[in-house]
Design a protein around this ligand. Structure first.
Ligand SMILES: [Zn+2]
Length: 288
């Protein structure tokens, strides 16, 4: 059931399980994150329509040269870690990056000998990746690109899944286009534990980045979704941390990033500090 509350917002059922019942969790301005009563998924409800979001993303990424450079510096440590991780399993092959932005991760992988393709809905970011970096980029969404079955050795999505209105459709499509034995790497924020903590102290914040983020996956939830679709082995890790231009944010990122990495390794790769971004690797079974 879909009911429009005004011309650009819609009330939705749970995007994961279709359950109609939810309860309010956190408010940011006029936006509200809710928790599904049946599967516990946390999502924005009501949320902007797809038409609104497509327009919204035309101005989401930075535009001028120096802020694009700052963006590159911010993401570089995470991209390098992910590239090394992928190469532990496969030296070279076909790679697709969904939400490829300006193309810096694709560029890194291309330099390492991979054949790379991107998907990006922001026209300006796509232009940069094509014209400046010489990359092949399809306009999104992924489902419209019509890639063949079992085509890619690796599909990646950095900070993408939390922006998608239909995450299961996306994950199924990833599974379809990945080769048996190939891998999916997703990087995602996990904000709810920090929101809960700050709420105790009455600290106002906009950490969910609403309405850009449509949901907030926990490690358990994302793994459950991947397994439901048929991905075999899943492996979580912290996967490094970003290097924001803003000094305050940078300090927080380095502090919590290195703390979470240390705790992860000290716990024998078991403990994932709640609240920091994480990377998950999922493999398509050789039998599928
Ligand atoms: Zn649900």
């Amino acid at each position: 059931m879909k009911m429009k509350t005004n011309h650009e917002m819609e009330v939705i059922d749970c995007p994961l399980c279709g359950g109609p019942e939810s309860f309010p969790l956190h408010q940011e301005g006029s936006f509200q994150m809710v928790r599904c009563s049946s599967c516990q998924f946390i999502y924005l409800n009501p949320r902007p329509t797809s038409e609104f979001l497509l327009r919204f993303y035309q101005d989401y990424l930075p535009e001028n040269g120096s802020s694009i450079k700052a963006w590159q510096r911010m993401m570089e440590p995470v991209f390098k870690k992910a590239a090394n991780l992928i190469q532990q399993y496969k030296e070279k092959g076909e790679l697709l990056d969904v939400g490829s932005g300006f193309g810096f991760f694709l560029s890194e992988m291309k330099n390492r000998g991979w054949d790379v393709t991107g998907i990006e809905i922001s026209q300006k970011a796509m232009d940069y990746a094509r014209d400046v970096l010489g990359l092949t980029i399809h306009p999104g969404p992924l489902e419209k690109a019509n890639f063949p079955d079992n085509y890619f050795d690796a599909v990646t999505g950095f900070y993408v899944i939390e922006h998608l209105p239909y995450p299961m459709v996306f994950l199924r499509e990833c599974h379809r286009i990945i080769k048996p034995g190939g891998l999916l790497l997703l990087r995602y924020p996990h904000t709810t534990p920090i929101k809960n903590l700050l709420q105790i102290f009455g600290i106002k914040n906009r950490l969910y980045d609403l309405p850009a983020h449509l949901s907030d996956f926990s490690p358990k939830m994302i793994q459950r979704c991947l397994e439901k679709i048929g991905f075999g082995k899943c492996q979580h890790l912290i996967g490094g941390y970003t290097f924001p231009g803003d000094p305050g944010k940078r300090t927080a990122s380095i502090l919590f990033g290195s703390l979470s990495e240390a705790l992860f390794y000290l716990s024998g790769k078991r403990f994932l500090l709640p609240g920091v971004s994480k990377t998950i690797l999922a493999f398509k079974s050789n039998l599928s």
